[in-house]
Design a protein around this ligand. Structure first.
Ligand code: NAD
Ligand code: TYD
Length: 342
């Protein structure tokens, strides 16, 4: 098969490309714009492989996308490319809507016109919005997004479904929980806390830190997407969760314990506007239909992630220079420090 991957230079997309090259006979074409979040260093291990091709380009570029799909005639498109960070979507919503909604539309159109046999849209559990315990979203739950990021992902998720319902484009949608692991840009909770802890910098916890997320190791997510790609049914949605729900403060404390740093580094700061309190989902459908299971337990995954960040300090230093500093100041500079009893 030839698989067109979008956003393959990002955190999860690069893991998926490395997995395909290592464990399948498929050809992989990676279309990525290389925004601040795209990093070809993450693909050094596959770069010279004859089954791998990189194309730099924007998924919003109709002419480029259509020509690439016509040229490569992919058997499947696996669509990761997105502006993926809630805080950035709050600071600058425009590129989020543009890439996540319009970019997805452009890809769906090219897939429809060229008769692509499978379109896997990578969505998120954030489309379900905040759920009170003990609810766990199944695929039939209503969409109730809160942030510009999750609303744009819900928009693209619904558009992908509409292309199945209306045009019978063979779409499969996956909705995953929060990922962590090597190569993640240090703007998201776990890599930011690891990078700051290793650097003896304050760990900024939003609000009271009791917001709950379900943590999924990135390789488990990639294997879940592969299972849905190969065995999923047309028009179906599959949740992919890590089966490990934790309040943020517990995650931060685990990072400090595993890095041997003091809890005095924790700094409670002004909460995120519209902050979803709790995400939770059931992956029962994907498990039942494909046999997939999340394999990594959180403590082991966190330890190996910390090892990776320690061993790749040059990678971290490079991505944290330049644009990252400006973002960090914009997002954290104006937040008040709040005191909570630990
Ligand atoms: P990421 O931010 O690390 O990577 C995004 C990639 O997309 C980058 O390589 C970037 O250069 C590329 N990109 C951005 N805009 C583009 C455009 N207009 N054209 C072409 N390429 C573009 O993101 P990630 O964390 O790897 O997430 C990948 C996908 O998984 C996203 O669709 C995200 O919504 C979804 N998802 C992420 C998580 C998570 O915890 N990170 C959880 C569930 C779902
Ligand atoms: P994040 O990794 O941005 O993922 P998402 O918002 O998509 O779930 O954030 C995970 C949780 O961690 C979320 O509840 C916000 C919180 N958080 C902090 O408390 N401090 C931070 O500096 C960041 C980046 C996140």
């Amino acid at each position: 098969m030839t698989i067109l991957v979008t956003g393959g230079a990002g955190f999860i997309g690069s893991g998926f490309v490395r997995l395909l090259i290592a464990e399948s006979a498929d050809r992989v074409v990676n279309l990525d714009k290389l925004t601040y979040a795209g990093n070809l260093e993450s693909l050094a291990s596959v770069d010279a492989n004859p089954r791998y091709r990189f194309v730099r380009g924007d998924i919003c570029d109709h002419a480029l996308v259509d020509a690439l799909v016509a040229e490569e005639r992919p058997d499947a498109i696996v669509h990761f490319a997105a502006e993926s960070h809630v805080d950035r979507s709050i600071l600058s919503p425009e590129p989020v809507v543009e890439t996540n909604v319009r970019g997805t539309f452009v890809l769906l159109e090219a897939a429809r016109r060229r008769g692509v046999a499978r379109f896997l849209h990578v969505s998120t559990d954030e489309v379900y919005g905040s759920l009170a315990a003990p609810l766990e979203a199944t695929e039939e739950f209503p969409l109730n997004p809160s942030s510009p990021y999750s609303a744009s992902k819900a928009g693209s998720d619904l558009l992908a479904r509409a292309y199945f319902t209306t045009y019978r484009l063979p779409v499969v949608i996956t909705r995953a929980s929060n990922n962590y692991g090597p190569y993640q840009f240090p703007e998201k909770l776990i890599p930011l806390m690891i990078a700051n802890a290793l650097d003896n910098q304050p760990l900024p916890v939003y609000g009271d830190g009791q917001q709950v997320r379900d943590w999924l190791y990135v390789e488990d997510h990639c294997r879940g997407i592969l299972a849905a790609l190969r065995k999923g049914r047309d028009g179906e949605i599959y949740n992919i969760g890590g089966n490990r729900s934790l309040p943020n403060l517990n995650v931060v404390r685990k990072v400090l314990a595993a890095t041997g740093k003091p809890e005095s580094l924790i700094q409670f700061v002004t909460d995120r506007p519209g902050h979803d309190r709790r995400y939770a989902l059931s992956s029962e459908k994907l498990m039942r239909e494909t046999g997939w299971r999340p394999a990594m337990d959180f403590e082991t995954g966190l330890a190996s992630t910390i090892d990776w960040y320690r061993a790749n300090s040059a990678w971290v230093a490079r991505v944290r220079s330049g644009e990252y500093r400006a973002y960090y100041e914009r997002n954290y500079g104006g937040r008040a420090v709040v005191s909570y009893e630990l």
